[in-house]
Each structure stands twice: as C-alpha cells, then as structure tokens.
Design a protein around this ligand. Structure first.
Ligand SMILES: [Zn+2]
Length: 80
C-alpha cells in the first residue's frame, strides 16, 4: 500500500500488504526494494474490471515467490 501527498504527489508512506511493515522513505524516495502489483481484472475474470493494487517488501516477495511452481523470470533491467 502506497500513500501519496495529495498536493505534491510525493510518496509519503509505503506498507507491505503481506506483513504490514512500513518501508523506509526519505524525501519521497523509497530506500528499499518494493514489489508493486497493480492489476485490472478483465471481463473474463470473476472480478469484472476491478482494479487491485498491493505492495510487498523484499522478504515477503522472496517467501511468496519461493512457493511458486514456476519461478519468476529474472533478467537484468538495462534501463534501471
Ligand atoms: Zn512484508
């Protein structure tokens, strides 16, 4: 869960939806890794255009993806 300042649009808070941990932020910049998921369910889902958003800290991301049958694809982000 991310919270932005309504006036400046600066990031004010980020909380891991899984464990509830508050992530470190300085001057609107996140000082640790975050996995931000933002998905809109289509007509063919049971959720009919609902938008779902959540954020995971790195520890929760590692724990959750470790249980995947097929691991996430990992490559180097050349633009990052
Ligand atoms: Zn977490």
């Amino acid at each position: 869960m991310r919270k932005y300042n309504k006036n400046t649009n600066e990031l004010e808070a980020a909380v891991c939806n899984c464990c509830g941990k508050s992530m470190k932020i300085q001057n609107g910049m996140l000082l640790e890794g975050i996995c931000s998921v933002d998905t809109t369910w289509g007509y063919f889902s049971g959720k009919d255009l609902e938008k779902h958003e959540f954020d995971l800290c790195e520890e929760c991301y590692d724990r959750i993806t470790a249980s995947f049958a097929v691991p996430p694809k990992i490559s180097e982000d050349m633009e990052g």
